[in-house]
Design a protein around this ligand. Structure first.
Ligand SMILES: Nc1ncnc2c1ncn2[C@@H]1O[C@H](COP(=O)(O)OP(=O)(O)OP(=O)(O)O)[C@@H](O)[C@H]1O
Ligand SMILES: [Mg+2]
Length: 365
């Protein structure tokens, strides 16, 4: 396999607004053709990072390289970048075709090639018939597709998308998610994407970058972020988790012996970062826990009473009282074995699915 080249390199990127630090020494590398999604709470710096890469703001520190060239001081128009933002303003006084033509004109593409590229771009987003309309004669979803076409048309080396589907209804969002994914697979450009929708991030991305207060909290594949969070913040931010106050009481054969306070003792593979001190939080995902016969051969087994059964289509959620704590368990309805509320059940999980996390950010540092 050939090593993919690096498309974008960011080192020490810092951006302040008055006393507020929007980006705090961010380091990030994107390989050519990668789809990377930024996730994080409101105000964590996602948009600021995209604007810095686009050249739309002026960083207070750090450097950005695109294709190995220092782009830190290159103006937006000199960077080979396409952009789609939430409610991104198409030019209302121009027709759809003129809008899509804009990045081509900026790049001084000949009129003949422009016309071909516009036709192809409109076909790509299945809006061949609207080229002559003005943008304000299109629905919100159609406008967003035109914005996509405009971002892709000049085949830029990087495409930045800031919540491009945020304002759309679920059905259109699902459809455009697929469309963007297909375009990315077909055209192979590098994508830096922002969304608030965790599912969207998991479905679309090669890697997810989780931001917290202007810093990268964790970066990795969707699977790594979901099942192997490195901090309480990451565990808590993505999806649902069982987070149980716990104490490390020993270590044996690569496993930590962990007392889940008020629940019982389990073994958990020791993985970095190792928390300082014995007081920790034990993490499992609801879907990592088995019940009844499936739990019997697991390294960790506990016993509890079912307090609530919630069937929502293909997934059944159980809330199980184990000692003083309530564990959430998520099962396929087809294997949930029709447990009933009040029933005593065995729950279990392997020693490599739980994780031990520092109780506070400070301890983890
Ligand atoms: N033009 C600006 N002037 C002053 N402060 C700003 C400006 N733009 C952003 N900020 C601040 O910088 C921080 C990061 O903002 P940013 O827009 O990057 O967050 P975000 O992660 O994109 O949030 P959201 O999910 O709400 O879009 C916030 O504290 C924000 O208030
Ligand atoms: Mg934003």
């Amino acid at each position: 396999m050939t090593e993919r080249k690096t498309k974008l390199t960011i080192r020490g990127l810092t951006k302040r607004y008055g006393a507020a630090t929007a980006l705090d020494h961010v380091d990030l590398d994107l390989t050519d053709g990668e789809f990377l999604t930024m996730l994080g709470p409101s105000g964590s710096g996602k948009t600021t990072l995209l604007w810095s890469v686009a050249g739309l703001n002026h960083p207070d520190g750090g450097k950005i390289w695109i294709d190995g060239r220092d782009a830190t001081s290159v103006p937006a128009s000199g960077r080979d970048i396409g952009m789609v933002f939430q409610n991104y303003a198409l030019f209302p006084h121009l027709s759809v075709s003129e809008n899509i033509s804009f990045p081509l004109e900026m790049r001084k593409v000949s009129p003949r090639d422009r016309s071909l590229a516009i036709t192809r771009a409109l076909e790509m987003v299945k809006l061949e018939h609207v080229g002559d309309r003005f943008c304000d004669q299109l629905s919100g979803g159609q406008q967003q597709r035109i914005a996509l076409a405009r971002a892709f048309v000049a085949n830029p080396s990087i495409i930045l998308m800031d919540e491009p589907l945020g304002a759309l209804d679920k059905k259109l969002r699902d459809h455009l998610q697929l469309e963007i994914k297909r375009l990315h697979e077909r055209l192979g450009m590098t994508v830096l994407y922002v969304t608030h929708d965790q599912e969207e991030a998991m479905v679309m991305s090669d890697r997810i970058c989780l931001m917290n207060q202007g810093r990268i909290e964790q970066i990795g594949t969707p699977d790594e972020l979901y099942f192997q969070p490195k901090s309480l913040f990451a565990a808590d931010f993505l999806g649902e988790a069982n987070l149980i106050p716990s104490r490390i009481t020993g270590e044996e054969a690569g496993c930590l012996i962990v007392e889940l306070l008020g629940m019982g003792t389990v073994r958990t593979r020791s993985t970095p970062p190792r928390p300082n001190g014995p007081n920790v939080v034990h993490f499992t995902r609801p879907e990592s826990i088995a019940i009844q016969a499936d739990a019997e051969n697991k390294a960790n087994r506990l016993y509890g009473h079912v307090s609530e059964v919630v069937v929502s289509g293909a997934i059944t959620k159980l809330f199980v009282h184990v000692g003083d704590a309530l564990m959430k368990i998520s099962l396929l309805t087809s294997v949930s074995q029709r447990v009933r509320e009040g029933e005593r059940i065995t729950i279990g999980w392997d020693d490599d699915v739980g994780r031990v996390l520092s109780r506070s950010q400070k301890e983890a540092a």
